[in-house]
Design a protein around this ligand. Structure first.
Ligand code: SAM
Length: 246
């Protein structure tokens, strides 16, 4: 098994309530992923293509909020990744990640740490940073601060990618959450019990802080990235993927 490093958070974890659901019941999130309810198959393809075209040399990847690394493991196949650094605060997820990445043909470090502290504490550049469905737990100022820290920690020819909840232009959080309920409740009825839906829905209503597409790209520019673009929109139009170049 891959070793897990433990870095106990020095300060308060800013998104502690958001984290709780993933410490309590990882299997529930995994049900959504395995049924592709969050469109991770397409996301993995886009992540693969972005990394494979950006690097024709060995590269390092930092996976912030890596979870069980299930999605990224497939995305990295056929790329020239040499060093993988996964960061998460859920031990059940990291234990699964250590099994997912067992025998991987690249160096693996798994870090039981707060992603904000892990990025701000970095003293070496990484080539690529990836954030899947987790940066939205921070408020807009928190997102900007963390993206600025990533900009400082990324190699000059690096790439930063995120896949995050995204509001339509002109939509506010209340309207986004109503659209989340109207769209996902019928779709997820086939895979979740009523109790499971209520747990996920309560988590999303309490913790998710989406931005508009323009908002995500503006945050990238404010963080110091010179080029920002959208590369994928989920069929439900609830989640989008963005790329930021230094
Ligand atoms: C929705 S899951 C995303 C997992 C994976 N990135 C994916 O796309 O499938 C959110 C993850 O963020 C982690 N997380 C939430 N807050 C965190 C924090 N402050 N530091 C590290 N991990 C955190 C949770 O433990 C969980 O694994």
């Amino acid at each position: 098994m891959v070793n897990i490093l433990h870095h106990h958070p020095k300060g308060e974890v800013v998104d502690a309530p958001a984290l709780e659901q993933f410490q309590k019941d990882w299997a529930l999130y995994r049900t959504l992923v395995e049924n592709d309810a969050l469109f991770h198959r397409a996301v993995a393809d886009h992540l693969h293509d972005a990394l494979a075209t950006a690097f024709d040399r060995p590269f390092s990847l930092v996976d912030l909020a890596c979870g069980d690394a299930f999605v990224v493991r497939g995305a990295l196949e056929g790329t020239r990744v040499a060093h993988y650094h996964g960061v998460d605060l859920s031990m059940p997820a990291l234990e699964l990640a250590s099994r997912t990445l067992e025998g991987a043909p690249f160096e693996v470090v798994l870090d039981h740490a707060d992603f904000v502290e892990a990025v701000t504490a970095r003293d070496t550049h990484a080539d690529a940073f990836w954030f899947g469905l987790s940066l939205h737990h921070l408020d807009t100022d928190g997102k900007r601060a963390l993206m600025t820290a990533i900009r400082r920690a990324i190699a000059p020819d690096g790439v930063f990618l995120v896949y995050e909840p995204t509001m339509r232009a002109g939509e506010d959080r209340t309207a986004y959450l109503a659209r989340f309920d109207a769209t996902n409740r019928p779709l997820w009825r086939a895979i979740l019990s009523e109790e499971q839906w209520r747990a996920i829905d309560a988590h999303v209503h309490a913790c998710d802080l989406p931005e508009t597409a323009e908002g995500w790209m503006r945050l990238g520019r404010e963080a110091g990235f010179s080029h920002t673009c959208e590369i994928y929109a989920a069929p439900t139009d609830l989640y989008r993927m963005f790329r930021f170049d230094p």
